[in-house]
Design a protein around this ligand. Structure first.
Ligand SMILES: *[C@@H]1O[C@H](CO)[C@@H](O)[C@H](O)[C@H]1NC(C)=O
Length: 288
């Protein structure tokens, strides 16, 4: 019944009453100068809105979130460490790396994957090491502890080129602290002083557009410098890196807006509305 009614209405031409965009026959319209200017301006404005919306759509955004978990469970509870440090006034044969942690690890003179490169004609040394630490509080330190004979006055002045943990993340949009100690310069410190770098390591996950995850770590540092004594005399100085892990993980996710959002976004429907109005305006062209 409603269908029959509808058909009747259509056949009577009543449906034409609902047209709000009535057309004036082409031969009754005349283009005007103002009309042309308005038209061109409208077109340019639409183009501008469309392009700015499009660039926003194409650009990826990075969303970050925090959660309490160990993201990199396959690592076997280990973190890779990259250390690159120069001691310009300490012989390479005296320099060594020791690793200690709360799991009872105590390794003196770690040498796997590490290199000692003489500097200043052999007076100094650059230590480049790649090793792993357990995910429990602990420390690693550069000192003369592993040398066969302890020097009288070891000079612990140093400069740190790199200290980083986990995978290298090369992402421009993140201003993180992946290598916070880069460039730390203690060349003018008291040569006999010990240095403590207290690190808080924050697990960081980066998920790119394809869903691939990379695991890295950022850290914050507090630093102190002191000459230590015990009742038997001065304690052999060292450069300590004492670390602890944050239970909170930061996750960055690379994202692009879905296409339907682009099409239906509010600012994008403006050009559309604009275009409809432009159509309407153009039909205002004065009839002769
Ligand atoms: C360590 O740092 C020095 C000085 O910046 C640099 O020349 C050297 O290539 C670095 N080593 C590694 C393994 O990155």
């Amino acid at each position: 019944m409603p269908l029959a009614c509808f058909l009747e209405v259509v056949s009577l031409g009543v449906v034409y009453l609902f047209d709000i965009y009535r057309k004036v026959p082409k031969d009754l319209t005349q283009p005007t100068y103002t009309g042309a200017i308005i038209s061109v301006c409208c077109c340019l404005f639409i183009l501008f809105l469309f392009l700015s919306e499009l660039t926003g759509f194409i650009a990826t955004e990075i969303v970050n979130e925090l959660y309490v978990d160990d993201p990199d469970k396959d690592s076997g509870g280990k973190i890779e460490v990259n250390l690159n440090i120069s001691l310009p006034s300490l012989h390479c044969e005296l320099v060594g790396l020791d690793i200690q942690d709360e799991m009872g690890r105590h390794e003196v003179g770690h040498i796997d994957n590490s290199m000692k490169i003489p500097l200043n004609n052999g007076d100094g040394c650059r230590f480049e090491g790649h090793f792993s630490i357990n995910k429990v509080p602990g420390n690693f330190h550069v000192s003369t502890h592993s040398a066969t004979a302890q020097p009288q006055n070891p000079d612990m002045t140093h400069i740190i080129h790199k200290l980083s943990f986990g995978d290298k993340l090369q992402v421009q949009n993140i201003h993180g602290a992946f290598n916070a100690l880069e460039g730390a310069d203690k060349l003018s410190s008291n040569p006999l002083a010990s240095h403590d770098y207290i690190l808080k390591i924050v697990p960081t996950v980066y998920e790119d557009m394809s869903g691939k995850q990379r695991y890295s770590y950022q850290y914050t540092v507090a630093n102190k410098e002191y000459v230590a004594y015990s009742h038997t005399g001065r304690i052999i100085p060292a450069i300590w890196f004492r670390y602890d892990l944050s239970p909170i993980t930061v996750k960055y996710t690379e994202r692009r807006q879905p296409l339907y959002r682009f099409i239906t976004s509010r600012s994008n429907s403006c050009p559309l509305l604009g275009f409809l109005w432009y159509e309407k305006l153009s039909s205002f062209s004065v009839p002769r």
